[in-house]
Design a binder for this molecule. Structure first.
Ligand code: BMA
Length: 372
């Protein structure tokens, strides 16, 4: 096709209300301008992939599945489809307190699975359900605790100790040849727009959340010298841009704008809302030159046999901006009554293969080299 002159393209795009992806589209500077070369490459390549493909991710994929735990290199996703996910999600609660996290994933083994996912060419993302610093309860104990761990708070040095553990873990992740640090999309204090976690809304002010976020970034990056992280901010479902940005710590502190959305797929939910929310997220992100992603989603037990294509993918692809998310990650296959990815014999297995085959969905073997 003959190329349209750029002004004509812009006019047409404006008229069609399409995002204008032109050469001038700016890419925001990274949170860590001293990020190592693989992490910089990941950031650039994710921007390059925007609009071309959406990576599929799964939490704890290589650690366990339905009816198995800790095999050499096993995945329910691969058992069903023959393809491994493109994105590997992990979680660091209880780090330094016990040898495994709340979901019984041993940290030493996690490190090896992270390396395996990375060496297959995948991307790693890590969230953190830090125990309540004040009560000692878990992350869902919402005794107010944010003020106590901020600079000047009575538990601030305790919190620094927790970040020391995070830094040590992140810097212990190595792979590839030559061996170097594995880039990680770190997603701390997620779903803060809800009230279920101690860092969530109602248990601190937006300013306190922002202060906690900025301190966390600065401590890891500047004090501990961790340079293999991208930072993802990921509220749960919200209804407006203002609400999305309520706790936003600022463009200098966020690389990826995320959204955790299970709500629209729950019984009684309206999946069309996912399309609207992703479009809104995309508009916020593209204005800022940021990446954006569906950082958590899923339909527990997948009770709809064609959910993958007829609901999840359909409602992402329903909008040209929503379609520019970098990845979508479904939650863990924890138990026969708590799973989000299919396994052999699951009624949605055939549809999952269709989903894998869709040109817009990327599994690990379809990725370009993300780290070059
Ligand atoms: C929740 C459930 C819990 C799990 C927690 C942290 O959504 O999967 O079983 O402990 O996430 O991963």
């Amino acid at each position: 096709m003959k190329r349209l002159p750029q002004f004509a393209f812009l006019l047409l795009a404006g008229w069609l209300n399409l995002p204008t992806m032109t050469a001038q589209q700016s890419i925001s500077p990274m949170v860590d301008t001293m990020a190592d070369s693989r992490t910089q490459a990941l950031y650039r390549n994710l921007h390059g992939l925007q609009g071309k493909g959406i990576m599929f991710g799964h939490q704890d994929d290589l650690a366990y599945g339905i009816g198995w735990k800790e095999a050499k290199l096993r995945s329910d996703v691969a058992d069903v489809s023959g393809s491994f996910p493109a994105v590997y999600g992990w979680e660091l609660s209880k780090l330094g307190k016990q040898s495994s996290n709340i979901d019984t994933v041993d940290f030493g083994k996690m490190r090896k699975w992270i390396q395996a996912g990375y060496e297959m060419g995948g991307m790693i993302t890590i969230c953190w359900h830090l125990d309540n610093p004040v009560s000692g309860g878990d992350a869902w104990d919402n005794t107010p605790a944010v003020p106590a761990i901020l600079p000047g708070g009575e538990l601030h040095s305790w919190y620094q100790g927790q970040l020391d553990l995070i830094a040590e873990f992140m810097l212990s992740l190595e792979g590839g040849s030559p061996k170097a640090h594995i880039p990680v999309v770190f997603r701390p204090f997620h779903e803060q727009s809800g009230g279920w976690f101690w860092w969530g809304t109602g248990h601190r002010s937006p300013e306190q959340y922002q202060q906690l976020w900025r301190f966390t970034v600065e401590y890891l990056r500047d004090t501990k010298g961790v340079h293999n992280l991208l930072y993802a901010y990921s509220p749960d479902v919200v209804n407006s841009k203002e609400q999305y940005l309520m706790d936003y710590p600022g463009d200098a502190y966020v690389d990826v704008l995320g959204l955790d959305d299970y709500a629209d797929f729950r019984p009684g939910g309206t999946p069309e809302r996912l399309t609207e929310r992703l479009r809104m997220l995309g508009e916020i992100a593209m204005e800022r030159g940021k990446l954006f992603a569906l950082t958590e989603t899923g339909f527990e037990l997948i009770p709809q046999h064609d959910w993958w294509t007829a609901s999840l993918l359909r409602h992402i692809e329903a909008d040209p901006i929503a379609s520019r998310i970098s990845w979508m990650l479904v939650w863990r296959n924890g138990r026969p009554d708590h799973y989000y990815a299919p396994f052999p014999g699951h009624p949605s297995a055939a549809d999952f293969i269709k989903f894998r085959d869709s040109p817009s969905v990327l599994f690990v073997e379809e990725l370009p080299d993300l780290y070059k």
